[in-house]
Write a protein that binds this ligand. Structure first.
Ligand SMILES: NC(=O)c1ccc[n+]([C@@H]2O[C@H](COP(=O)([O-])OP(=O)(O)OC[C@H]3O[C@@H](n4cnc5c(N)ncnc54)[C@H](O)[C@@H]3O)[C@@H](O)[C@H]2O)c1
Length: 321
């Protein structure tokens, strides 16, 4: 079962599971995802899409009866969504995970455990000033009056709850902290930077860079990320562990914008907008976000296939179609 299976990452994960011969059920309320994202597998004998919410206990219990692995990706994603509807976003990150873990504990008592993959985020590190973050680093959030930190804090609570179920009830699980995942089907609607840039360039509109554009980020292709998820779930040594998943090739947002312009539409302008204009007067950003991938590499020999240029070209071609 893949929760959030009609979303950006979830739909790629579903395709990969089907391709390796699994029988897959996607559970999604289509709040930000779309059934269309699953058109390539829609008619596949081994695939079904259930439209509903993870926190619908009765539905979840019924679906878990047929599951032997759960990939939990359903969440409210992105800093812009948090800024627009903070209450719903926080609840959407906490409640489904809580209900899912409780239902998994029930199933474990009745017929044995179901392994869980929990999608977390690099946002859990908050504004930790280290050059590169390892999984054991401290979480450094800003004040609760600044809503942007609620995304990372709610993802961190999901992790705590999942690890507590692992410790107390032996729930088998792997937690993955994603760092700026990009690729086909990601939409710029919720503020994600690469699709937003490519969509602007394709429409011959200036690219809007927040602040001075010197924020450092690492982008990973969704196929590389999904391969890592599947490998981790198949590796016994990963059970009960947290992993950074992404790329450690750093770039600034301004350089990303320049590369998008060069590839998609040379000549289109790059504009700057303050965070106060884009989000709120007290918005705080993270200047540098780079994962240390030592643990991931030593556990699954992680070797991504896409570099940044290949990712930009892939997003460009998918949006031009
Ligand atoms: N995209 C990234 O760069 C990134 C980075 C860090 C973490 N993540 C995490 O990865 C996961 C997937 O993110 P994504 O980028 O594919 O986003 P997405 O918005 O495309 O996918 C989330 C999916 O979950 C569904 N959903 C939301 N709440 C639901 C609920 N209560 N019940 C059922 N379905 C629900 C949405 O309709 C959507 O299809 C999320 O947990 C997110 O926090 C993503």
């Amino acid at each position: 079962m893949v929760t959030g299976g009609a979303g950006f990452i979830g739909s790629h994960l579903v395709e990969m599971l089907i391709a390796r011969g699994d029988c897959v059920m996607a559970l999604d309320d289509e709040s930000t995802g779309r059934a269309d994202n699953l058109h390539s597998v829609r008619d596949h004998f081994d695939f079904s899409l259930v439209r509903g919410r993870v926190e619908n206990r009765a539905l979840l219990a019924e679906l878990l009866a047929d599951a032997d692995e759960v990939y939990h990706l359903a969440a409210a994603v992105g800093v812009r969504l948090i800024a627009q509807s903070p209450v719903e976003s926080i609840q959407r990150n906490l409640q489904p995970t809580d209900v899912l873990l409780e239902e998994l504990a029930k199933v474990a008592r009745e017929r044995g455990p179901i392994k869980l993959f929990l999608a977390s985020s690099s946002e859990v590190y908050g504004k930790n000033p280290k050059e590169a973050w390892t999984e054991e680093d401290s979480l450094v959030f800003g004040p609760t009056s600044c809503m942007r930190w609620s995304y990372g804090a709610s993802k961190a609570l999901d992790e705590f709850l999942a690890l507590a179920h692992h410790e107390e009830h032996g729930q088998p699980l792997v937690i993955g902290r994603f760092f700026n995942v990009v690729g086909p089907r990601q939409t710029g609607r919720y503020g994600m930077v690469l699709p937003r840039f490519v969509e602007s360039a394709l429409a011959d509109r200036p690219l809007t860079v927040h602040d001075d554009g010197q924020q450092v980020r690492c982008f990973a292709h969704v196929e590389d990320v999904c391969r890592a998820i599947l490998q981790l779930m198949d590796t016994p040594a990963a059970n009960g562990q947290v992993f950074n998943i992404g790329s450690d090739q750093a770039t600034t947002i301004l350089d990303l914008a320049k590369q998008v312009v060069a590839i998609v539409r040379p000549g289109v302008e790059i504009e700057h907008e303050s965070y106060a204009e884009a989000y709120s007067p007290n918005f705080e950003d993270v200047r540098r976000r780079v994962p240390d991938l030592t643990k991931l590499r030593s556990t699954i020999n992680y070797a991504p296939r896409y570099d940044l240029e290949a990712m930009i070209r892939d997003v460009f071609h998918s949006k031009r179609r």
